[in-house]
Design a protein around this ligand. Structure first.
Ligand SMILES: Cc1cc2nc3c(=O)[nH]c(=O)nc-3n(C[C@H](O)[C@H](O)[C@H](O)COP(=O)(O)OP(=O)(O)OC[C@H]3O[C@@H](n4cnc5c(N)ncnc54)[C@H](O)[C@@H]3O)c2cc1C
Length: 293
């Protein structure tokens, strides 16, 4: 399905930002390949939308084609509780996948409980935290690259790194995971513990898009960007409808009337101040979509 001038705010966790010039939900892989080939021929930029849990769309929206892997074709899931092998389409919801495999007694991704988004988005971002990363369990991914070709990558070729991969531009369509048989009761308890930790340490229940900045490497060690922001006395700092969370200083939370430029303005203040106070240059984790970029 194609929609022109399609509002994106409701498709992101921040609930702000403008429209996509073209929003396209391909019916199947062939339609996706065709769309990418046509976009390339017309030099039309292509972006991929997951669940929008790590995304900030500019107030005046985005140019080109936004591809959304919404719909049943993109939520196919096969699990094998004996072998531990899981094959999932990229649009599968990560929290639902975790509940499903935990219920089937498969261990390996329960530590990612509480991370919203699709499996495709999680792979692209190598989502994770204190209790592991999705890349730890991925054995292969299939994607349609920027030329419209289907390509398969093994874990080594994906090149998982902290909050990213070495994958080329394109749309991840299928992911294979290797999990391990385990006691579902133990796994459920583990999910409860992880969720309790998340509730204690993150502003769950407010509008945010997860961590704004990556944890920087300092002296060979990754240190908490939230701590640096807190030490720069920025908790509670506000610009328009955007605030640095009192709960976790690396989260920007929004209030009614918040705009994307309120958030980018506030993040600029944080970036400047952390550099001034600590001499550390922070890198964005939040993905920003702007016209012409
Ligand atoms: C309350 C809250 C807590 C969070 N906690 C964590 C956390 O603990 N750890 C963590 O790592 N993240 C966390 N996040 C961020 C977010 O959940 C993850 O980054 C998530 O993996 C994003 O998935 P998504 O489907 O929403 O991707 P989107 O936000 O839609 O997109 C993110 C990026 O992935 C790309 N992408 C999405 N789908 C595909 C695809 N199929 N093929 C190619 N590229 C694709 C997009 O183009 C974009 O560049 C949190 C977010 C919130 C709101």
């Amino acid at each position: 399905m194609v929609t022109f001038d399609a509002p994106l705010a409701d498709k992101t966790y921040l609930r702000i930002g403008g429209a996509a010039d073209i929003l396209y939900t391909p019916a199947d892989t062939e339609a996706l390949e065709d769309a990418i080939v046509r976009a390339r021929e017309t030099e039309c930029p292509v972006r991929v939308l997951g669940a929008g849990a790590n995304l900030l769309v500019a107030d005046d929206g985005v140019d080109g084609l936004v591809i959304s892997l919404d719909g049943p074709t993109w939520r196919e899931l096969r699990t094998n509780s004996t072998s531990g092998r899981v094959t999932a389409s990229a649009g599968v919801d990560l929290p639902k996948l975790i509940l499903r495999v935990v219920g089937e007694g498969l261990a390996g991704i329960e530590g990612l409980a509480g991370i919203p988004g699709t499996l495709g988005g999680a792979v692209r971002m190598n989502a994770g935290g204190r209790f592991g990363e999705i890349g730890d369990r991925v054995t292969s991914i299939t994607m349609i690259d920027a030329t419209g070709q289907q390509r398969r990558f093994t874990t080594e070729q994906v090149g998982f790194r902290y909050r990213g991969t070495s994958l080329p531009d394109g749309v991840i369509t299928t992911i294979e995971l290797q999990l391990e048989p385990a006691d579902p009761t133990v796994l459920r308890d583990r999910v409860k513990d992880v969720m309790a930790y998340k509730k204690r340490s993150q502003p769950i229940g407010e509008h945010s898009a997860g961590c704004a900045f990556k944890n920087p490497m300092v002296g060979g060690e990754r240190i908490s960007a939230g701590r640096l922001i807190d030490e720069a006395s920025l908790k509670g700092a506000r610009q328009g409808g955007a605030t640095i969370s009192e709960h976790h200083a690396n989260f920007v939370v929004t209030h009614p009337g918040c705009t994307a430029s309120d958030i980018t303005g506030l993040l600029r203040v944080v970036w400047d101040r952390v550099r001034e106070v600590h001499g550390i240059v922070l890198e964005m984790e939040l993905v920003m979509w702007e016209r012409g970029k």
